[in-house]
Design a binder for this molecule. Sequence first.
Ligand code: SAM
Length: 234
Amino acid sequence: MKFTFVTLFQNIVEGYFGDSILKRAIQKEILHIEYLNPRDFSSSKHNKVDDTAVGGGAGMVMNPQPLFESLRKFKSMSTDVHIIFLTPVAKPFKQNDAKRLAKKSHIAFVSGRYEGIDERVVEMYADEVFSIGDYILTGGELASLVLCDAIARNVDGVLGNSDSLSVESFETNLLEAPSFSKPENYENICVPSEYLKGNHSKIRSLKLALSECKTKFFRPEQLLKHRTRKSYEK
Ligand code: SAM
């Protein structure tokens, strides 16, 4: 699967792929990463990519010309690409989106900077828009990486053990039950004794109960969704 980062700041993004799971997936050629800098397409004398806002308002806006030029050329060369713009003015990105998008062959993430991107670019080129939460970042690069990471771990072969995907938080609307690693007793703090007895059905019931407790405490709306779905299934 290929990811293209459309960004003025390639350096911010690149470092993330230099270690761990995603690095290995790139080495195994399961993932391919490339970059496109709209500044390289600017027709202005000093390669400007921003301008003051029409109609007034604070700050600069990414102007349409470099993005139109770069994305037009890019789309003509990559016909199967799905283009995602990162912006706070969008629906929130969810685990279901990560799973759905992992089936695409090529995704491009367009990062805004300054006060954002001229809306005509979004209207013209976005297949989808996503926000990563109710707060404002200085640029879309971190948001792009969040989506890329969440999507990539759902691509076949990226995770060493794909079983881990099926028990993670949000798979059933519930948050995951607490995990423990060895040793079983660390500084006199023990893991729940049921986890040690080897009765897998009891361990499963306990994990479900703990999962529900965590969800009730941190994300009560998710627990409601879980229970509604369960009662439909009955
Ligand atoms: N003026 C914009 C607004 O109020 O909606 C915020 C612009 S922000 C300073 C610059 C860029 O960061 C945006 O164009 C977008 O690409 C990215 N960004 C900021 N917060 C984001 C969020 N919560 N989700 C996704 N992208 C975000």
